[in-house]
Unconditional design. Structure first.
Length: 275
């Protein structure tokens, strides 16, 4: 069982929902990332999603685009991100780490070279936003050879055949994009999300994480009512952006928001059990 699968099983057995915060590696400077990762775990994160900086993050809105620009200004590359994960692993061997980004840096490194380096660093999953499953066989093969989970996106427009095809290529969990558009672009409709998750669950047994549109404890709790995991990104990256000139304050400030989301999600779970 992969570290991701084990974590989801443990969260489910505890009657909780997983919280997956996203931050961009190297934002606003490389030295912040590893302390921030530890702070997120201490605040209640179950898995970590670490963004690989990229010059053309087409699925991301202006908040995460700016985060990539700040990291790239410090010349943060894919190998640097792997070094950060390796440093995190020196003190945390349990929390699953998923890299999220775009295909180009992985392709430049080479699929097999990347997979071996990522496994050595302690990476558990990879989500490449711009790689559809129809074109992913070579990368998926390389990842699975070193027990890294390939994770794919599902959209509000994904039909049943598409859901089944994506699910067959994926492992670990599925990432459902809760709204049309880029990250941070709108508020989500939880009832619409619930309807879509019903369809997805008829097609797969994989856990489903929901992201895009989660911005505060209330929205995190609402999504936790219907999903297996809540993914939050832009709200955290926005808090980082507010503190670019005080980087030493970033881990505590971002952890404060994650902790508030964790409390809201757990309160929602407790209320659901009591119903």
């Amino acid at each position: 069982m992969s570290r991701i699968a084990a974590r989801f099983a443990g969260v489910a057995s505890a009657g909780r929902k997983a919280l997956i915060p996203y931050v961009t590696a190297g934002d606003p400077e490389p030295g912040v990332t590893v302390p921030l990762m530890h702070a997120l775990v201490e605040a209640g994160a179950d898995l970590l999603e670490i963004g690989v900086p990229f010059s053309d993050p087409m699925a991301d809105g202006p908040v995460i685009q700016a985060a990539c620009e700040r990291a790239l200004a410090h010349h943060v590359r894919l190998r640097d991100v792997l070094d950060m994960v390796s440093a995190f692993r020196q003190h945390d061997s349990d929390t699953p780490v998923v890299l999220m980004g775009y295909l180009n840096p992985v392709e430049v490194m080479g699929y097999e070279t990347f997979a071996r380096a990522a496994a050595d660093a302690g990476v558990d999953g990879l989500l490449t936003v711009d790689l559809p499953p129809e074109e992913a066989e070579a990368l998926v093969t390389a990842l699975r050879s070193v027990a890294i989970d390939p994770i794919f996106l599902l959209a509000p427009t994904s039909h049943e055949d598409r859901i089944r095809r994506v699910s067959a290529a994926a492992s670990g969990f599925l990432y459902y994009v809760s709204l049309k558009g880029v990250t941070g672009s709108a508020r989500l409709d939880v009832s619409a999300v619930a309807d879509r998750l019903d369809l997805i669950r008829r097609c797969t047994d994989l856990p489903i994480g929901v992201g895009f549109g989660v911005s505060d404890p209330d929205s995190a709790a609402a999504v936790a009512r219907v999903a297996d995991a809540v993914v939050v990104g832009s709200a955290l990256v926005r808090r980082i952006a507010d503190l670019v000139h005080s980087p030493q304050q970033i881990p505590a400030a971002v952890a404060e928001l994650v902790s508030a989301m964790r409390r809201a999600m757990d309160a929602q779970a407790a209320a659901t059990v009591a119903e």
